[in-house]
Design a protein around this ligand. Structure first.
Ligand SMILES: [Zn+2]
Length: 277
């Protein structure tokens, strides 16, 4: 019954719009109460680099029950913890890290950028400054962010080689069974000297990437990889070596290198992978 209703709404081309409206209503109500709750923390401490507001503490987020074991047991840096959401604009710690790099370490003015699975806040910051092409395999969900989003499979892109100054695909590769093909494609479409931002959840403890791309059962994926649609947990060293195998150069900026951004409440333990062709 539910599937046939979804199919019917998709045929009418209003499914994603209704889904967005529904989610947005719930999220807006939730945000309204959070803003009130955090009013007393406003004024000093962490500063959100998207909206400029400061708070002594931001909104925490912890993994769902079914994901928790895999994340905690393997010490996965996946964006959870204290000080995740900004109470004013609801940016996340992982978005603030990306913005900090875009504002301070990477020149985007006039550049041609492929933005996969576009995060609204990052896309809206980039769009006035650069030529941004958005893409995803499932475009419906993202049409409200950019109505011109292209349907693209990251493992076989339709673009010519060497046309992008930058590719952004944050928290995407842990969903992709053939990540080697995706990395090769990203390398192919980048210009020489181009930059890729490809943050993923990672761990420094297993010593090897834990993966099983044959598992399609969401409950098993949650239990093993910490989210219902993930196919692996990357070991950081292995992730870097997979990227290097695709041809790119990787410089890992750890916590200490990013100390200047701590004021934006970046996740503890999350470094930034500066990936260049
Ligand atoms: Zn904010």
């Amino acid at each position: 019954m539910k599937q046939s209703l979804i199919g019917f709404l998709k045929r009418l081309r209003i499914y994603y719009e209704l889904q967005y409206l529904f989610r947005n209503t719930i999220i807006s109500t939730h945000h309204f109460f959070l803003r009130r709750k955090y009013r007393s923390k406003k004024g000093q401490g962490f500063t959100c680099n998207f909206c400029g507001e400061s708070y002594s503490g931001l909104v925490p987020e912890y993994p769902e029950e079914q994901d928790r074991n895999a994340i905690e047991k393997n010490n996965v840096i996946a964006g959870y913890g204290e000080n995740v959401f900004c109470p004013t604009c609801f940016s996340t710690n992982r978005e603030r890290l990306i913005l900090a790099m875009l504002q301070n370490r990477i020149d985007v003015a006039g550049k041609t950028i492929l933005h996969f699975a576009p995060e609204r806040k990052i896309y809206e910051w980039l769009a006035p400054k650069a030529k941004v092409i958005t893409a995803d395999l499932e475009t419906g969900f993202y049409k409200v962010i950019d109505k011109n989003i292209r349907c693209e499979n990251i493992t076989s892109l339709s673009f010519d080689s060497g046309i992008f100054d930058m590719v952004i695909a944050n928290h995407v590769l842990e969903h992709v069974p053939d990540d080697a093909a995706a990395m090769k494609e990203i390398y192919r479409v980048l210009k020489p000297g181009g930059i890729a931002m490809l943050q993923v959840p990672f761990s420094e403890t297993p010593g090897q990437t834990m993966e099983d791309v044959a598992i399609k059962n969401p409950a098993m994926q949650s239990a093993l990889f910490g989210q219902k649609d993930h196919v692996r947990i990357y070991d950081l060293k292995d992730y870097i070596s997979r990227l290097e195998k695709a041809g790119v150069k990787v410089t890992y900026c750890n916590d200490d290198n990013l100390a200047e951004f701590k004021k934006h409440a970046i996740q503890k333990g999350e470094g930034f992978l500066m990936i260049t062709k």
